[in-house]
Write a protein that binds this ligand. Structure first.
Ligand code: NAD
Length: 503
């Protein structure tokens, strides 16, 4: 039996229970049907039915928010060492089930196993990292003034909502849920409707690890009803959101009446700038990896290549050869590099850019067409001869599609790089240190890597500027979001208090 066949067999074993009973919502440690009935979940690999999913609406969000609110005091007041133990047990549970998580994630989203097995383990790392921060999460400062000893402490903000997208949904949800739990918050998670499987596995692992009922609740459903109700719910104190920029703006509007604190991680149209003095072999590897891995369905993908004109022809020729060699195939085949796109809707969107590129006058140098007729596969695509005004250079396509734009000077590269609504990441390839310092100083992005692909280090801040987001994840920045700063001043003596109303 080939590895692919073995993986399919394992997956079938894992899916049997979902096919039989569907996926229910999980509220206060209990399975509950959705008040909106059910919706269907299917696989992008061959469009086959996976399972029915509970369709949560406002009433289910209300039940989950109430459960999270009821569980809050116990979780907040649990000794930090005990909370830490539970988070470590969740990390161990994820590691033990990493293969199951990866197989389900691939089938649900179309992502290739070679990337998803690592993504599952990164989910465990998120829990381990924040478990280690639990003990000091509440620590503050003491700031002495002439008359007062001022101290600060942090307290968890309360029950929070987590709304996640369908790209690497397991890893992204742990990225939000782990620091929220470490901070002492309780959570209502609304996973993306296109990829509900691994959110269910996570809550099961968490409860088996000893997480008290109601601390993590899952309500499946659609953005416009379950998602909206979560943003509007008065018991939910903050929303951690990952998704499209236009949805981020809706999240802000929906939370206005309840003065919600929002953390928004949104879209990107990230530039990778390759200067002619760079290590071009490494640059080529990184350019390819950062747009064609994870199906290009990655917020930090370098979807605009800015290439210096003096090296353009040679670099693009090598790029075309490599892109044409990328292996598109079944996501459970360990040799596959690109799987199918997540849904029909997203496939239609990505495919529409093949015509848009032609209409704009760009050249399709590689790919530019769908592949097969079973699932949502497209060929990895490279557009050349583009300029930064074209839609293929301005809009987030979110697929394995790269737009190459030439530049002559450093000033021109900077102006093209910054000429976008977005500002999530930037990648700069040069061996001129002074240029790298000058360039990164002016590049409008929340995260920049020089002579490197995106390498995530959990203590560093993750987030974007402009339409790419508001707020930061990672390290103590996560706690700044999930916790409130509290100041308490103690008088150190009998300082003068102004006396009013004294005759
Ligand atoms: P999306 O915005 O369509 O959906 C994301 C989530 O929001 C889903 O759970 C959806 O149901 C929910 N939602 C939709 N409308 C809502 C509403 N009115 N109120 C509340 N919730 C609502 O995004 P998507 O298509 O699932 O994901 C792809 C997008 O996510 C891309 O733009 C990508 O760049 C972005 N993303 C950003 C980051 C980052 O860290 N910056 C990471 C991953 C993905």
């Amino acid at each position: 039996m080939s590895v692919l066949e073995q993986n399919i067999e394992k997956l079938q074993g894992l899916l049997a229970r979902f096919q039989e009973g569907g996926i229910k919502n999980r509220i206060a440690g209990e399975d509950r049907d959705g008040s909106g009935g059910q919706f269907e979940n299917s696989s992008p690999v061959d469009k086959s039915h996976i399972c029915q999913v509970a369709r949560g609406e406002a009433a289910d969000i209300d039940a989950a928010a109430t459960a999270a609110s009821d569980a809050f005091a116990e979780w907040r007041d649990m000794p930090a060492v005990q909370r830490r133990k539970i988070l470590i047990a969740i990390a161990e549970g994820i590691e033990a089930r990493a293969e199951d998580i990866a197989l389900c994630e691939c089938w649900d989203t179309g992502q290739a196993l070679r990337f998803m097995s690592k993504a599952a383990l990164r989910g465990a790392e998120n829990f381990r990292y924040f478990a280690d921060q639990v003990i000091q999460a509440r620590d503050g400062q003491h700031l002495q003034s002439p008359t007062l000893m001022n101290i600060t402490t942090r307290v968890p903000i309360g029950p929070v909502g987590v709304i996640t997208p369908w790209n690497t949904p397991f890893m992204l949800s742990t990225w939000k849920i782990a620091p929220a739990l470490a901070a002492g918050c309780t959570v209502v998670h609304k996973p993306a409707e296109a990829s509900p499987l691994t959110a269910r596995l996570l809550v099961e692992i968490a409860e088996e690890a000893g997480l008290p009922a109601g601390v993590l609740n899952i309500v499946n459903g659609f953005g416009e009803d379950a998602g909206r109700a979560l943003c509007e719910h008065p018991k939910i104190k903050a929303i951690a959101f990952v998704g499209e920029s236009r949805t981020g703006s809706l999240i802000t509007k929906q939370g206005a009446d309840t003065l919600k604190r929002n953390h928004l991680e949104l879209g990107g149209k990230n530039p990778v700038i390759v200067f002619d003095d760079a290590d071009l072999e490494r640059a080529l590897d990184a350019v390819i990896f950062m747009i064609y891995s994870i199906n290009g369905e990655r917020c930090t993908s370098s979807s605009r290549l800015l290439i210096q004109e003096s090296i353009k022809d040679d670099f693009e020729a090598k790029l075309i050869e490599r892109v044409n060699n990328i292996k598109v195939g079944h996501p459970l085949d360990p040799t596959t590099e690109i799987g199918p796109l997540v849904t029909q809707e997203h496939y239609d969107k990505v495919v529409s850019y093949f015509d848009i590129a032609k209409d704009d006058g760009a050249t399709i140098a590689a790919g530019g067409e769908p592949l097969g007729d079973e699932g949502y596969f497209v060929r990895p695509t490279l557009f050349t001869g583009a300029n930064n005004q074209m839609r293929i250079a301005q809009e987030e396509i979110f697929g394995p599609v790269l737009t190459s734009i030439p530049f002559k000077t450093e000033e021109e590269a900077l102006s093209i790089a910054n000429d976008t609504l977005y500002g999530l990441t930037g990648y700069v390839w040069t061996n001129d240190l002074t240029r790298a310092l000058r360039f990164t100083n002016k590049l409008e992005a929340g995260m920049i890597w020089v002579n490197s692909e995106n390498v995530r280090h959990l203590p560093t801040p993750f987030g974007g500027v402009k339409a790419s987001g508001i707020g930061r994840d990672g390290g103590d920045w996560s706690f700044e979001f999930y916790m409130e700063q509290k100041h308490i001043g103690f008088a150190t003596g009998q300082h003068k208090i102004s006396r009013l109303g004294v005759q």
